[in-house]
Ligand binder design. Structure first.
Ligand SMILES: [Fe+2]
Ligand SMILES: [Fe+2]
Length: 497
């Protein structure tokens, strides 16, 4: 029995207030009483080896035999959901964990507001619900595929471990969604579960469903941008689905959100440490001008304007994930009680049904950006995007405080909502990061100051040299403040095999 399993055995038997026991005797750890549903159990046990095959083929490249200091969920309450120990990734205990049922929960929004939540799929919404689950599910293996080569260039063992932690948790999120598909959608669900292991990020014929999940994550700056900006889209989507009237989906997403928080922590602190390394190196070399690119890059750190251009790219691509700002599908999912707004149950100021309500949506009318009051139901996506943009801001402000503290005159900002968009109100429009509508020629002439250039990407790539000795960190990233689970910074977070 491995170290982790021993830890798990110890803990799984502990029960306290609100503690939901996880059954680790099962092949598939779960708190959904899987052993009582033999048909479901058999279907999932059939899917499991195929999942492991997918993980070995498409999961982290080159480190499958290494022991990684991972956190495994052993329960879903705040005190009991994480245990740490070295484990080989293919042996990770991916489980099915739902947040506890809330007694007497009612549907918090839409046409069915106030009715008891559904424990089974409502027949009239079956296909809509299935689509929502499949789209969410597809993002989970996609990000693992996008990040699979990063281990080789990890800037430290600490960062490598965080990457793998994010990867195994995205794998668990896939499990969470596949459980819903297989349990509640019969044969269709089993087929969808299969297709989730067959699509491939970036594949020409069988790509992942959403655009941003087919972009490469070729380097660690991209990884930190992805975990800060794109995993935060995941947070917004999961939060909206956690309001769902379909209770098993709500409970799944509520637990997934606790894991998503860690992914955004990796992004925020990762980018914070990149910025810290740049500022420290500039200060030491007596460089005060952040635009003195040559001098800054000669220090082996990433210049701040390039960080801004990378952020512009990741933010704009991620905003497309919210779909069209004005959307009949989003209205339908809301009215049906399947997908709410961010923080729906806590929102006051309207009736949560939204018939006759309006929401201000930024649109292009006669070549100008204007705010137009739209029916709130059709503006659900627009509102979620606005909430997302607001949610991105606090971390950016923390980075800016660190830059100011180093005495450097530079501010990371969010580009205008309409910048570089492919989907929705602004698709195809030429809008600058500062929010000016310009002609195509002007936009193209300035493109290289908006978005990373080939040169930029080559420079980032030149920094991606592995730093795999315990306690050593690449030049372009500062060590973290503290280690994982109170371990020291030079702990052997990954024992490379
Ligand atoms: Fe996820
Ligand atoms: Fe995530």
């Amino acid at each position: 029995m491995s170290e982790v399993e021993t830890l798990l055995e110890d803990d799984a038997s502990v029960k306290g207030d609100g503690f939901v026991e996880v059954d680790y005797d099962d092949l598939i750890p779960n708190n959904v009483n899987l052993s009582s549903d033999r048909q479901l159990k058999r279907a999932l046990e059939q899917w499991q080896p195929e999942y492991i095959d997918w993980w070995k083929a498409m999961g982290p490249d080159g480190f499958q035999a290494s022991d990684v200091y991972l956190r495994t969920a052993v329960g879903v309450d705040p005190a009991g959901w994480a245990k740490f120990g070295h484990v080989k990734m293919p042996d990770y205990r991916w489980g099915i964990l739902l947040a506890p049922e809330v007694d007497g929960r009612t549907i918090p929004f839409g046409k069915h507001k106030g009715e008891p939540v559904w424990k089974e799929v409502p027949a009239e919404y079956r296909s809509l619900l299935r689509r929502l689950i499949v789209v969410q599910a597809d993002t989970e293996p996609a990000s693992v595929e996008q990040q699979r080569h990063l281990g080789r260039t990890a800037p430290s063992l600490y960062d490598m471990r965080n990457l793998f932690q994010v990867n195994v948790e995205e794998g668990r999120h896939l499990w969470a969604m596949v459980y819903l598909l297989v349990k509640y959608f019969g044969r269709d669900g089993r087929e969808e579960a299969q297709a989730l292991l067959e699509r491939r990020s970036g594949h020409a014929d069988n790509p992942r469903i959403l655009g941003a999940f087919n972009e490469a994550t070729p380097d660690w700056l991209s990884f930190f941008m992805f975990t800060y900006f794109t995993d935060r889209d995941g947070k917004m989507q999961l939060a909206s689905l956690s309001e769902s009237g379909f209770d098993p989906l709500s409970r799944s997403c509520r637990f997934m959100l606790t894991e998503e928080a860690h992914h955004m922590f990796v992004g925020e602190t990762g980018l914070g440490r990149v910025i810290e390394a740049t500022c420290t190196a500039m200060k030491k070399a007596g460089i005060t001008d952040p635009h003195d690119i040559k001098a800054v890059r000669a220090l082996g750190v990433i210049d701040l304007p390039l960080i801004q251009r990378k952020a512009n790219f990741h933010m704009s691509v991620t905003r497309d994930l919210f779909g069209s700002e004005v959307s009949g599908n989003a209205a339908a999912a809301f009215s049906a009680g399947l997908k709410g707004r961010f923080g729906e149950a806590r929102l006051d100021g309207d009736d949560h049904v939204l018939e006759g309500e309006t929401y201000p949506v930024t649109r292009i009318v006669e070549g100008k950006l204007v705010s137009e009051d739209m029916p709130a139901l059709r503006a659900i996506n627009s509102r979620l995007l606005d909430d997302y943009i607001a949610d991105c801001q606090p971390g950016i402000e923390r980075w800016n405080r660190a830059i100011a503290k180093a005495g450097i005159d530079f501010c990371v900002t969010q580009p205008h909502k309409g910048f570089n968009r492919r989907i929705g109100e602004f698709a195809g429009a030429c809008i600058t990061p500062s929010g000016d509508i310009v002609d195509e020629q002007t936009w193209n002439a300035n493109r290289d100051s908006f978005l990373p250039t080939e040169d930029d990407l080559q420079f980032i790539n030149s920094l991606m040299k592995p730093c795999h000795a315990p306690g050593s960190y690449a030049s372009w990233i500062a060590p973290p403040r503290t280690g994982i689970n109170s371990q020291p910074l030079d702990y052997e977070y990954v024992r490379i095999a």
